[in-house]
Design a protein around this ligand. Structure first.
Ligand SMILES: [Zn+2]
Length: 254
C-alpha cells in the first residue's frame, strides 16, 4: 500500500488520465478518505480547465490560415506545393499551450511540495512550543515559592531509625536525639556508647527509651572529660544498662 505522499504525487497523472488503471483504482480508493488529496485534485482540475480556456486558440489560427490560403490562391503557381503543407506557425499555439500547461503543472507541483513542507514545519514548531511550555511548567512547580513539596515513601516501608549526637569533649557533654525508634521489648532499654579513638573499651553513656512516636532524647553532662570519640553507637540492653555493649549495634555514627 502506498502512502499519502506517493499517491498525491500521482494526482497530476490521474487528472491527465495518464495513470495506469491499477494505480488509478488505488488512488480513487485513497481519495475517498483523504480530503487533502481531494482538494488537490480539485485544484489540478480547475488549473487544467483554466489552461484549456486560455489556450482555446484554434479559431484565430484557422482564420489566419484561411486568410493566408486566400492570399496564396491569388498566386496559384507558387502556391501548389506550399498550401498542401500545414504552415509551421500553425503549430505554435498548441506548442505554446503544451509548454504553458507543463509549466503550470510544474508550478502547481512546486506549490504542493512547498505547502507540505510548510505544514510539516508548522507542526514541528508547535511541537517545540508545547515542549517549551511543558518545561516551564516543570521548573515552576519545582522552584516557585507558591509550590508545596511532599516527600513520599512506600506506605509499607518502616521509617529508618535515625539519631543525631553532639558531643563536647572539653565539658564531657553529650546531647542525643533520635526518631523512628522501634518500640523496645519489655524490660529492655536503648543504651548509648562512646567508642574512644584510643582503642579503649566502649564507654557507657546512658540509657533511653523512645516515646509512643519513636522519639527519644538523651543529655549527659557529667561524662569523663577529654575523651576523643571515634564513634557513638546504640545497642539494646536490659533495663538499667550494661557495662559492655550487647550486639547487635542498632545505630552507629562516626
Ligand atoms: Zn492523501
Amino acid at each position: 500500500m502506498r502512502d499519502h505522499q506517493q499517491i498525491s504525487d500521482d494526482l497530476v497523472l490521474y487528472a491527465l488520465r495518464e495513470l495506469p488503471q491499477e494505480q488509478a483504482a488505488e488512488l480513487r480508493e485513497h481519495l475517498e478518505d483523504c480530503p487533502q488529496c481531494r482538494r488537490e485534485l480539485d485544484a489540478i482540475n480547475s488549473n487544467m480547465a483554466l489552461l484549456a480556456l486560455s489556450t482555446v486558440g484554434s479559431h484565430a489560427p484557422q482564420r489566419s490560415r484561411e486568410r493566408l490560403l486566400a492570399a496564396v490562391r491569388k498566386e496559384p503557381r507558387r502556391a501548389r506545393g506550399f498550401v498542401m503543407r500545414r504552415p509551421w506557425w500553425s503549430f505554435v499555439p498548441s506548442f505554446a499551450a503544451v509548454l504553458l500547461a507543463a509549466f503550470g503543472l510544474m508550478l502547481w507541483r512546486e506549490n504542493v511540495t512547498l505547502r507540505h513542507r510548510l505544514e510539516a514545519s508548522q507542526q514541528d514548531s508547535s511541537q517545540k512550543q508545547a515542549d517549551l511550555e511543558r518545561s516551564k511548567m516543570v521548573v515552576d512547580a519545582l522552584t516557585s515559592p507558591e509550590s508545596s513539596h511532599f516527600s513520599l515513601v512506600s506506605t509499607k516501608a518502616q521509617p529508618v531509625p535515625e539519631g543525631r549526637a553532639s558531643y563536647m569533649k572539653k565539658t564531657g557533654t553529650l546531647v542525643f536525639t533520635a526518631q523512628h525508634l522501634q518500640p523496645l521489648p519489655p524490660q529492655k532499654t536503648y543504651q548509648m556508647w562512646l567508642i574512644p579513638a584510643s582503642g579503649a573499651a566502649p564507654m557507657p553513656c546512658g540509657t533511653f527509651k523512645p516515646d509512643a512516636n519513636g522519639m527519644a532524647s538523651l543529655v549527659m553532662s557529667n561524662m569523663e572529660k577529654d575523651i576523643t570519640p571515634k564513634m557513638f553507637a546504640v545497642t539494646i540492653e536490659s533495663d538499667g544498662g550494661s557495662e559492655t555493649p550487647t550486639m547487635p549495634i542498632i545505630m552507629a555514627g562516626a
